[in-house]
Design a protein around this ligand. Structure first.
Ligand code: NIG
Ligand code: FE
Length: 426
């Protein structure tokens, strides 16, 4: 298939974009992409690719922007139940961490998720994934973290793997058993930390190796919520060190509400990414920016909580860091399924240009989940995951918000019409 005549084709070629290089879109005017099976075979000017492939079926992208599918590298999209009442309380002044300390918040979703079967979890999650896909997310990370005991965490992991296998949206799994202190360990976070290290992480490691469907796949990420009221710095270090010994790649929730030093811990342990980074001190930002760990900013989270502070993205860029964007889609702080909205918010609150935000939501986001070799840019040899936007200029991303600009999503070479949701047209 030859997708041709795009008013702008954004290749995002050349690998992850550090520091001031962020925002190199690699724009081809009147561009075309040649797709063969699930892969991209060639990218170039329409005239050239048309001449070289005269008998290829065509898809006309005149007047449209074509770009790589969005990668959303931080989500808690799998959960059961509802927390709308909590939103109302928060808008009336209740604090997120106080609701958690009182047994609500994450722990409210834990109760509802523990009571759900794998099938129920999948049924509740599927429409959310369909909306993400319809808004242009073609690959996303998805975390466990609402089970907080081995069997319930495993059910979440199994739901993520089954949803990934069902497609079309691909999911990269993360084990977040260290998301909160479960009710059984109330007042004893060290007891739960020890349980994670001695039982839960080895259990997940062993389960993964024992399944024919996962044994040859890379291990899931292990993530920790490093925050007052969740896991302190020493406990985060203990869990991540154990995870690293077991061979898991690492992620970390750091400095969402307080700077506990999580960003530097992530760098020290060579985490793949450190996420949130709102209250991070200059010293910790410096350590992060000088490393290969990706700084993942989640602007929907302060926005969702009606807070005024955001990731100091410009400091990260000025210091040469790797910046990515994610939705943090979750039932407590940020129920947003659209990376287009993340980009619009990042332009306004992180002061990114549309080009910087697009690069942070594609190639750098792919790097934040170790998939930049397969997705995140339009280059020969990569997966044919791309979007056709019904706008002529890429800056409409960022400029516009609240409506869906996606005309078609192409995932592994199959074309999906947004109007009909996740049903392939061919
Ligand atoms: O990234 N901060 C911890 N975890 C999520 C919120 C999860 C929830 O409230 O259910 C976050 O914001
Ligand atoms: Fe999160």
């Amino acid at each position: 298939m030859l997708i041709h005549s795009a008013s702008q084709l954004l290749t995002l070629s050349g690998g992850p974009q550090r520091g001031q290089a962020l925002g190199s879109l690699g724009i081809l005017e009147d561009g075309a992409v040649l797709v063969r099976g699930e892969m991209i075979l060639a990218v170039g000017p329409t005239k050239e690719l048309m001449a070289a492939n005269p008998h290829e079926p065509t898809l006309d992208a005149s007047g449209c922007v074509v770009l790589p599918g969005f990668v959303d590298p931080h989500t808690h999209v799998v959960w059961a139940g509802d927390r709308a009442r909590e939103f109302e309380l928060k808008m009336a002044g209740a604090k997120y961490l106080d609701i958690l300390a009182a047994g609500g918040g994450i722990l409210s979703t834990v109760r509802q998720t523990r009571a759900a079967s794998i099938e129920t979890l999948m049924d509740e999650t599927r429409p959310r994934l369909a909306r993400m896909f319809a808004h242009g997310t073609t690959t996303a990370e998805a975390k466990t973290g609402y089970g907080l005991e081995s069997q319930a965490e495993l059910r979440m992991l199994q739901a993520i793997l089954a949803l990934d296998a069902a497609g079309p949206l691909e999911l990269a799994p993360t084990f977040l058993g260290a998301h909160a202190i479960p009710p059984e360990y109330k007042g004893n976070p060290q007891g739960y930390t020890d349980l994670l290290c001695t039982e839960m992480l080895p259990f997940i490691r062993q389960w993964w190796a024992s399944q024919p469907s996962t044994a040859s796949r890379p291990l899931p990420f292990v993530d920790v919520f490093c925050e007052t009221g969740a896991f302190d710095l020493a406990q985060s270090r203990q869990i991540l060190t154990k995870a690293r010994q077991l061979g898991f790649p690492l992620k970390l929730h750091a400095d969402e509400f307080e700077d506990l030093g999580g960003a530097s811990l992530g760098v020290e342990l060579a985490a793949v990414s450190v996420d949130h980074l709102v209250k991070t001190s200059d010293r910790n930002i410096q350590a992060l920016a000088a490393s290969d760990t990706v700084a993942v900013s989640l602007p929907c989270t302060p926005f969702g909580l009606a807070e005024s502070e955001y990731t100091p993205a410009h400091k990260i860029i000025a210091l040469g860091g790797l910046l990515a964007l994610a939705s943090d889609c979750n039932p407590g702080t940020a129920w947003n399924e659209s990376m287009q909205f993340v980009i619009a918010l990042a332009c306004r609150t992180l002061k990114l240009t549309p080009a910087q935000a697009i690069a942070a939501a594609t190639i750098n986001a792919a790097h934040a989940i170790r998939r930049a070799d397969r997705v995140g840019s339009l280059e020969p040899g990569k997966q044919a995951d791309l979007l056709i936007l019904s706008v002529p200029d890429y800056r409409h991303l960022g400029y516009r918000f609240g409506t869906n600009l996606v005309r078609q999503v192409i995932k592994r070479g199959r074309v999906y019409l947004v109007e009909t949701g996740a049903h392939p047209t061919q």
